[in-house]
Design a protein around this ligand. Sequence first.
Ligand SMILES: NC(=O)C1=CN([C@@H]2O[C@H](COP(=O)(O)OP(=O)(O)OC[C@H]3O[C@@H](n4cnc5c(N)ncnc54)[C@H](OP(=O)(O)O)[C@@H]3O)[C@@H](O)[C@H]2O)C=CC1
Ligand SMILES: Nc1nc2c(ncn2[C@@H]2O[C@H](COP(=O)(O)O)[C@@H](O)[C@H]2O)c(=O)[nH]1
Length: 327
Amino acid sequence: MDNVFDYEDIQLIPAKSIVKSRSECDTSIAFGGHTFKLPVVPANMQTIIDEKIAIFLAENGYFYIMHRFQPEKRTVFIKEMKARGLIASISVGVKEGEYQFVQDLADQNLSPEFITIDIAHGHSNAVIDMIQYIKKRLPASFVIAGNVGTPEAVRELENAGADATKVGIGPGKVCITKIKTGFGTGGWQLAALRWCAKAASKPIIADGGIRTHGDIAKSVRFGASMVMVGSLFAGHEESPGETVEKDGKCFKEYFGSASEFQKGERKNVEGKKMFVEHKGSLKDTLIEMEQDLQSSISYAGGNKLDAIRHVDYVVVKNSIFNGDKVY
Ligand SMILES: NC(=O)C1=CN([C@@H]2O[C@H](COP(=O)(O)OP(=O)(O)OC[C@H]3O[C@@H](n4cnc5c(N)ncnc54)[C@H](OP(=O)(O)O)[C@@H]3O)[C@@H](O)[C@H]2O)C=CC1
Ligand SMILES: Nc1nc2c(ncn2[C@@H]2O[C@H](COP(=O)(O)O)[C@@H](O)[C@H]2O)c(=O)[nH]1
């Protein structure tokens, strides 16, 4: 694998605009048999999404994936979403109890529209077995499997029956996998996405490393159908967790799903905790994201998201703006 690069190393090249206003540009995406307003999904992490946010997102046409860290609440959650006529989208792991959970859903004829298998190292027989188990018992559910970082992994999970794969090992803001293990796509996530997308025959979710709204457009350019975003969604009024005040400023916690704060113990820790400055309402961020993506589409010379997929780009190593802060 040569020519590696990451989000801050790439700039997309503008093409002649065909719209009179950016508001004409359509950011929607068809994914898993449904159409969503944005090709963006908040990370399935406990400090990013809860039931209330899931309902808000589903009611307003956004994709969501509920996390798996309160397993006992999942069946009630699915029932509640279905009772409201909303999409049910949950996560599972691969440990013993998860098989019984899937069987219980099948026994109750309770099929979530989306099931995400959420594991650090998704290129494994554990994930392949779970894909096959779900597909047999809940064939109507759209199965997302991850996380992976190679074309071989994408192909293997697709062949096992996954309907989409999630790419990104270690590029996350609260991720310490690279430091702790020496492995992953941290630092070259965008190149890894391109590598994987070329091998994929089904949709790909780019997961981790998104630091600006422009990175969403870059992910789409390099093959993502959907982009999973953690830190940019952390710290909102609606975000789960306490608001803490420090030196007159408000912050919210954002911790990794493999951190000791999530696990409750210091074993196989691959995540950390940080405090994110309070950002206002999630609704406003989603609107800004949509406007920025509309602008991206207009720079791509089109009026639909697909226009971005074909634009030229340049590699600008060590670019002036280096990624972490917009303001
Ligand atoms: N995207 C990313 O870069 C990463 C994301 N995470 C997130 O953290 C959460 C916890 O993940 P995870 O630890 O997988 O979940 P679990 O704790 O549920 O572990 C899943 C299973 O996979 C095994 N396992 C875990 N890591 C490996 C590995 N490297 N090789 C082989 N087997 C492994 C575990 O066994 P055992 O524990 O005994 O090894 C366990 O049986 C998830 O939400 C995940 O998405 C975590 C790290 C990286
Ligand atoms: N290596 C780890 N990765 C983690 C952990 N918890 C979550 N994640 C991944 O990060 C992304 C979000 O990335 P961001 O850059 O948008 O903040 C998330 O979707 C997971 O894939 C963890 O503890 N360790």
